[in-house]
Write a protein that binds this ligand. Structure first.
Ligand SMILES: NC(=O)C1=CN([C@@H]2O[C@H](COP(=O)(O)OP(=O)(O)OC[C@H]3O[C@@H](n4cnc5c(N)ncnc54)[C@H](OP(=O)(O)O)[C@@H]3O)[C@@H](O)[C@H]2O)C=CC1
Ligand SMILES: O=C(O)CCC(=O)C(=O)O
Length: 477
């Protein structure tokens, strides 16, 4: 099996081979990937630093053409790349292909943004002086990504970084190197100059830590756990570096008495269980008013019984396996905690045997949960959700907002008054009405509040806030 190398200063560099295992079938090796060393990361940062002056002054047509070419290749190869993604991460093939299309759209969007760079010219308060305000690239950007969106998250960090003239050092999650390697290979062949984009696969505690400790990164964009996010923040303060964090969620989905039951159940099932619940935008708190509570629980339980949990590549599979044994243990530990806390497990929570050995878990639904239980306060990151019964809309809103997190928030209602009030008063960066809390557009801002996020928004044109710095120039006429 060919070893996939790291890309450092435009050269493919080998290293210790690590097998990438398919969570749907642990007998299958998706590929072998070079595990980078601390020295590899130091070399990559040096290469990105050396490449920055030229790339930061590159023409917008060059940046546009490279990003566009990458977008086109990703789109043409969407089925193949989607299959690689599903095999390494475990989300279903339609989810894998959908995420790959999203990555292509993101590169296409930022190819366009390269042609839409603007500045401002304004009069000075002093006569005879002109003022120009422009955005300039930051320098070397460190990109650290998690395993749950192996192609879309790297895309939405790397595409704007390159578009605005930065160079990049990219460290994907150790669990999912194949999708990361594929997009770096595509961008490299699309014509990026040496050192503009560098890939170092390997352990966060080794190569990721070198990024955190480096004085040569001007920006660090991170998605992952709250614990690692805190380390990114502390190290960035130490080095006076710009940073951006997307971390956990404990997203509420409110169901009111006046909701359309089918809409509510479909949105809740999607929010809680699709992509195996492994989305920071997943909803694991279903906050349901008394009048619809029993009907909703019965209908959602019925919906869960119709879900096929199986090999990610199998036609008809709705939910693939959990990503690895560590995450499976975390899910099972929380199911045990929920029972101990007095919540009632109405369905699921048990491991499933399938034709191939994989980490299959039946989606778990708790009722009689309170918002003070650990299962309602801590991010589980698996197919586990709990129903919290409330009296009315006011209590539902209070419970929805009573969480350390603030990423996404949803409501099912036919009342314009409640929908409008919820959009205004939900303490979250993203609000969904009669839609799942997860599954977002690629061209509009993504991010949250409170413990979920720090820094300016990702995605869409709002991304320029992080990836550029403003310069104000005064000229005597
Ligand atoms: N908000 C989100 O989208 C996500 C949230 N999570 C939450 O985090 C939990 C744990 O997931 P996990 O994958 O362990 O999350 P981590 O925060 O450990 O991983 C995210 C990224 O950070 C890297 N990393 C880890 N340690 C360091 C370090 N010291 N310095 C620099 N980079 C580092 C990881 O590398 P590597 O993995 O290669 O070691 C990975 O690339 C999940 O159960 C979930 O609750 C997880 C993923 C995404
Ligand atoms: O819900 C989505 O579409 C994106 C979710 C996401 O980015 C995440 O879970 O990290």
């Amino acid at each position: 099996m060919a070893l996939h190398h790291n890309l450092i200063g435009g050269e493919w560099v080998g290293g210790e081979a690590v097998a990438n295992i398919n969570p749907s079938d642990t007998n299958e090796v998706v590929g072998e990937f070079a595990r980078g060393t601390a020295q590899d990361m130091k070399d990559a940062i040096a290469a990105a630093k050396a490449a920055f002056p030229a790339w930061s002054r590159s023409g917008i047509m060059e940046r546009h053409a490279i990003l566009k070419k990458a977008a086109e290749e990703i789109m043409v190869r969407k089925d193949e790349l989607g299959a690689i993604l599903s095999r390494e991460e475990g989300k279903t093939l339609p989810e894998g292909i959908g995420e790959t299309i999203r990555a292509a759209q993101i590169f296409d969007f930022f190819a366009g943004e390269a042609l839409r760079l603007t500045g401002e010219t304004v009069p000075s308060v002093r006569p005879g002086i002109g003022v120009e305000i422009n955005r300039e690239p930051l320098g070397v950007i460190g990109v650290i990504t998690p395993w749950n969106f192996p192609i879309a998250i790297p895309a939405w960090k790397i595409a704007p970084a390159l578009c605005y003239g930065n160079t990049v050092v990219f460290k994907p999650a150790d669990l999912v190197p194949a999708s990361a390697w594929a997009i770096v290979d595509i961008l490299h062949r699309a014509g990026l100059p040496k050192g503009v984009l560098n890939l170092v696969m390997g352990k966060g505690s080794v190569v990721g830590q070198v990024m955190l400790d480096s004085p040569d990164l001007s920006g660090l964009t991170f998605t992952g756990s709250t614990g690692t996010g805190k380390r990114v923040a502390l190290s960035s303060i130490e080095h006076n570096r710009k940073y951006q964090l997307e971390m956990g969620g404990k997203n509420p989905f409110v169901v009111l008495d006046d909701a359309d039951l089918n809409v509510a159940v479909e949105a809740a099932a999607n929010s809680a269980f699709f992509a195996t619940g492994q989305r920071c935008t997943a909803s694991s708190r279903l906050i349901v008013t008394e009048g619809i509570h029993d009907k909703f629980v019965a209908a959602l339980t019925e919906r869960i019984s119709g879900l096929n949990i199986d090999h990610a590549m199998k036609p008809g599979t709705h939910i693939g396996p959990v990503v690895d044994p560590g995450q499976l243990k975390q899910d099972e530990d929380y199911i045990a905690i929920g029972k101990q806390e007095g919540a009632k497990l109405v369905t699921g929570g048990e491991r499933l045997e399938r034709e191939t050995p994989g980490f299959y878990l039946k989606p778990a639904l708790f009722t009689e949960a309170t918002n003070q239980m650990r299962i309602s306060r801590e991010e589980i990151f698996g197919p586990v959700a709990s129903v919290i019964r409330v009296k009315n809309y006011d209590e539902a809103l209070a419970v929805a907002n009573d969480t350390p997190f603030g990423l996404s928030s949803g409501i099912a209602t036919t009342s314009l008054k409640h929908a409008t009030h919820f959009k205004r008063n939900a303490e979250a960066g993203m609000v969904m009405v009669n839609l799942p809390t997860a599954g977002v557009d690629f061209h509009v801002p993504f991010g949250g509040r409170k413990a979920s996020s720090f820094g300016s928004r990702e995605q869409g044109k709002y991304a320029n806030e992080f990836f550029t710095t403003v310069k104000t120039a005064y000229t005597l006429a």
